[in-house]
Write a protein that binds this ligand. Structure first.
Ligand SMILES: [Ca+2]
Length: 518
């Protein structure tokens, strides 16, 4: 309804809002380039349009490819317009550094007019970060101009405005989501931000910091030591949430000291050397800038093991190798995800002054951190003032895996706490936001916890029926079978076992205030 009201305001010409660019609903437009181009808003170019037959998991739809103009750049998008439309619009975020358009299947399967964008550059262009316009479009603007264009095309195609617009993304998609609510608060009625990235400069800088540490042989953490650490944190902290179930459900209560694993004699697989303990405590501690503020937040303890844990993101599956100059480096298949982006990022993206000769070995902490400041402002969604989004009637759901080894859940918690203060306290924040921390979940999925849940349905009920979200049942699926269900509890509440019945049944849990004081 909000959208219709805004369009009406646009029609009288009194306000320059994004929605004013939407053409007045008219007769339906054919799935054909010429017709769609004629109906497209200014600056939008249609390059292809085709009817796609129904297939497994995907209804019949009109597939539209095009690009939207932004100052100094064009932003590619794809829009799927289902024959059996649910009357609403859906935008799928993209991971990593963008550069490819995300799949539309999730939205299309539910009948949404569904869009996604490459955020203004193509992955094959390794030097896109030398173009400031492309940096800004990746940062936030590319998502916005696509949202405006795709909603307008949707309205033209069906002859009426979509009743609601939703955004859903995880990782970089979560970052896109947070940028939308902070910078373009009228684009979407409902937004889901999963494990939101904090922006390339912060994450990449942290990766370089860890790489410098771990490339020193005595500091490297072999896979068996990560598994040892993971077992030790679980043994120490599993029960602190009130239930010994293989999950550290609230890692803030985990006070495990890595020094307890110190080798008493020889270095074996069942102990950590003093240098390895330093590595572990350094990773837990995060990275501070010269003023003592967190540049990269600390990591929660727990569930460090497994292929999608620390070894996947921080330490690598294999040790670094000796380079021709005698130094050590992670190369080829040894590069963990967190480092994979680091080098090209620093050469072309993270620094305001692009440095093609950049070497991760020479970046200094914390002295060089100010060199990331400009790009941090473009890429990092840190503005805690969501009052404009609230005023526009928007609803936001944030979720984050407590055991995410790529992007710290504690960073998201810090943001949420700041945002809560800015909007007027917990009750005020609860009126339009919900945050769920997911026990034992790694980055967007994976890990030993529950990682299957349907936030979009929860958000739809909130936006469309005014049903405020409470606990959300999440599942763990192994080999196609649900082996455990648990409620995800709206922060700050946590799930507590009722005391009887299966610990794998969500119904045996209740959301309540955390038992452990902090
Ligand atoms: Ca537990």
């Amino acid at each position: 309804m909000r959208r219709a009201a805004l369009a009406l305001m646009g029609a009288v010409g009194a306000l320059v809002l994004t929605h004013a660019q939407a053409p007045a609903p008219a007769a339906r437009v054919a799935c054909e380039v010429g017709a769609l181009q004629q109906a497209a808003p200014a600056g939008t170019t249609i390059t292809a349009a085709a009817l796609v037959e129904a297939a497994a998991g995907q209804p019949a739809h009109c597939r539209v490819d095009g690009h939207a103009a932004s100052p100094g750049n064009t932003v590619n998008f794809r829009l799927g317009l289902p024959a059996d439309w649910n009357g609403k619009f859906y935008f799928e975020g993209v991971g990593g550094l963008g550069g490819t358009i995300g799949p539309l299947t999730k939205g299309l399967a539910r009948g949404y007019a569904s869009a996604s964008t490459d955020t203004g550059h193509v992955a094959s262009d390794s030097a896109w970060g030398t173009n400031r316009a492309k940096e800004i479009d990746y940062g936030h603007r590319g998502t916005h101009v696509t949202a405006v264009a795709a909603k307008a095309l949707t309205a033209s195609f069906y002859g009426r405005l979509p009743a609601h617009a939703y955004f859903n993304g995880c990782s970089n998609g979560g970052r896109q989501a947070m940028m939308e609510v902070q910078r373009y608060p009228t684009d979407f009625d409902g937004v889901i931000a999963g494990d939101p990235a904090t922006g390339t400069p912060m994450q990449v800088g942290r990766a370089v910091f860890f790489q410098q540490l771990l490339a020193r042989p005595e500091h490297y953490l072999p896979v068996e030591k990560i598994e040892l650490l993971s077992q030790a944190t679980l043994a120490a902290c599993d029960g602190k949430d009130g239930l010994t179930d293989g999950l550290i459900s609230d890692p803030r209560s985990c006070d495990f000291d890595p020094a307890s694993l110190v080798c008493k004699g020889a270095d074996t697989a069942s102990c950590l050397t003093p240098a390895q303990i330093t590595s572990v405590t350094t990773i837990y501690a995060g990275v501070k800038d010269a003023s003592g503020q967190y540049y990269a937040p600390p990591f929660p303890k727990g569930h460090e093991g497994g292929p999608s844990g620390w070894r996947g993101w921080i330490t690598g599956n294999e040790p670094p190798v000796v380079q021709p100059d005698g130094s050590l480096a992670f190369t080829g298949a040894r590069v963990p995800s967190g480092f994979g982006l680091a080098d090209s990022n620093f050469r072309f993206l993270a620094l305001e002054d692009d440095a093609p000769g950049f070497s991760w070995r020479t970046f200094r902490f914390p002295q060089d951190l100010p060199r990331l400041k400009t790009m941090e402002q473009i890429l990092s969604p840190m503005d805690p003032d969501l009052r404009p989004f609230r005023k526009a009637g928007g609803k936001l759901i944030v979720y984050h895996g407590w055991a995410d080894p790529g992007i710290s859940a504690l960073g998201t918690l810090d943001y949420i706490e700041k945002m809560t203060r800015v909007v007027g306290g917990q009750a005020a924040a609860d009126a339009f936001t919900r945050t769920y921390f997911v026990p034992g979940m790694h980055h967007c999925s994976g890990g030993p916890g529950v990682d299957q849940f349907d936030m979009l349905s929860v958000l739809e009920r909130w936006v469309e029926q005014g049903e405020a979200p409470r606990e959300v049942v999440a599942s763990r699926v192994e080999q196609g079978k649900t082996v455990r269900s648990r409620p995800l509890c709206p922060h700050p509440s946590v799930a507590a076992y009722r005391g009887s019945g299966s610990i794998d049944d969500a119904a045996r849990f209740v959301c309540r205030a955390p038992a452990v004081s902090r």
